[in-house]
Design a protein around this ligand. Sequence first.
Ligand SMILES: Cc1cc2nc3c(=O)[nH]c(=O)nc-3n(C[C@H](O)[C@H](O)[C@H](O)COP(=O)(O)OP(=O)(O)OC[C@H]3O[C@@H](n4cnc5c(N)ncnc54)[C@H](O)[C@@H]3O)c2cc1C
Length: 609
Amino acid sequence: MDATHSAADRELIALVCAVAALQQAQRLLWAAGMTKTSIAIIGGGVAGLSAAHELAERGFEVTVYEARRAVGGKAKSQPVVGSGTGGRRDLPGEHGFRFFPAFYRHVVDTMARIPDGDVTVADHLRPAPEAALGLPDGQPLVRFLRRRPRRPSELAATFAAGFQGLGVTAADLVRFGERVLRYYTSCPERRLAQYEGISWWDYLGGDRYSPAFQRYLAAVPRVMVAMDPRHGSARTIGDISMQLLADQAGDGRQADRLLAGPTTETWIDPWRRHLEALGVRFKRGAARAIRVRRKTIAAFELEDGTLARADHYVCAVPIEAVRALIGPELAALDPALARLQAMPAPTFARMTAWMNGLQLYLRRDVPVVRGHMFYPESPWALTSVSQPQFWRERGALEARYGDGRVRGLISVDISDFGMAGTFVGKAARDCTPAEIAREVWQHLRAALRTADGPLLDDDDLIGWHLDDELEARAGGGLINRAPLLVHPPGSWAVRPEAATAIPNLVLAGDFVRTSTDIASMEGANEAARRAVNAILDRVDSGAARCGLWPMQAREPAIYAAARRIDAQVFANRWARGRHAFDLIPGLAASLGAVPSAPAAVVEGMRDAA
Ligand SMILES: Cc1cc2nc3c(=O)[nH]c(=O)nc-3n(C[C@H](O)[C@H](O)[C@H](O)COP(=O)(O)OP(=O)(O)OC[C@H]3O[C@@H](n4cnc5c(N)ncnc54)[C@H](O)[C@@H]3O)c2cc1C
């Protein structure tokens, strides 16, 4: 040591060394399993289970408190109680079917770490290489492959489907192509400052397309993510659309994937077993308050009055439940939480929408297409998938579920509950469950046909199951106990980060700011990883941080240089926020394209509030 150090310097150095030694000792003890940091997680959905998984693997003592009897949240299956006879299980129902596009990296990484017999849960993902459009006007299905055309004949068939069948014009494609190219070549700063604050429809200049193309522009985000493009942020829908388009240009091996059985059986049950083996404890309990003491969390207060105490707390409940749990004391400690709590109810209401599933049980299997069916003309924004073709065992439905008569299962997602249905003449939210089933069945009957005629017959239908989260309202209509987060323009500004300003509270859940930026199991899983990384930082853990793979890094590499140039153009005051395309004389006029939106409207939701 340098002899010139003063006594005070030497004391300081000794103190720093002692702290470092203590931290190292704590790490060693921790690694040896001799001391454990306790974690209480509220919410056993994909986010809560993902956080539990990452924490338990790193030696934390984890307890998950879940309000419902079963874990899995929106992803869990909903067996149709009492439908199984003769030793068979109850028929599998779902909140909505589950698909895993190619850009899902986080959740699939977790699935690959869940053993199930000799394989992992990720091995239960099956490719869905095809999709089709079903139109209710007597046209046969328009099939398409979930990959780039490999032969000229495939390319020709794609164009023929678009131009002849759907009424799309060449001008539509050029205009849309310019918007896609503009998006791919826009830097992240521009996307946040300009596109986050406007709707996808405004970004596309939706009114300038042919009526036929407008119908598809309006339908695709509704059927894919329950978002009305006129009310969904251009950045959120744009980022996801770029991924889906990139997947479409791939080789099709993973563009879309489905589970090889009912979600709980194939994924959630093995997950819970694995987490229990890692030491995670599960307790039934709904949090009704978050107790604060000396600017930290003291406990989650459960509905039965008991207190769940731990060193660190993970709040992994849906956004509406988080909002209800933010009391004035908590809001005073974190501006992001205060912002969420202070939103007026009508503004907050725009952040969720209804999307719920209906399953149709059939007398025979009707596979239709090896993937998803889209019904762009359906007022209720329907999508469906015929499930048994993806399941592990052929004939599993008949042999293992229900009363032995059910051989076919079409699972349908309804993404618009506000438009009047074609057959029942009213909005889904005003219908009885039986009326919902009738509208959906009639629409599918009309739209699912080949050149030889309809694929479904009324005699095929044995029964149906509507999402248990929809409850009949006294006096008519429905209540939805599990609405889905959506992303109106400017909503990024009111969504919190995983790490709060409170030293022992983190947030997980699909509403947390993530690169995935769409309410999904992928977003929920990424949020959980961010929450766990924040805890690891706070306890100064030597454990490896959870892997994070920003979705945007998957965008085609050929545009990376253009995005870097755009970052410079965007930062340049001379360009006044314009994109390079706007600087090409006459381009916007010749395409009839809309110029870039004015800068910086990310505060939209707050302004509206
Ligand atoms: C119809 C439909 C279809 C979908 N399809 C897909 C799909 O194909 N692919 C995809 O990636 N995503 C899909 N999603 C979205 C996806 O399901 C969700 O974004 C994701 O599951 C959210 O997970 P989460 O853990 O954040 O929240 P949730 O799943 O909502 O879980 C939260 C949990 O917290 C519990 N809870 C609530 N309040 C409390 C409380 N006070 N105390 C204790 N526990 C509480 C709830 O019971 C629940 O179990 C779909 C959504 C819907 C509605």
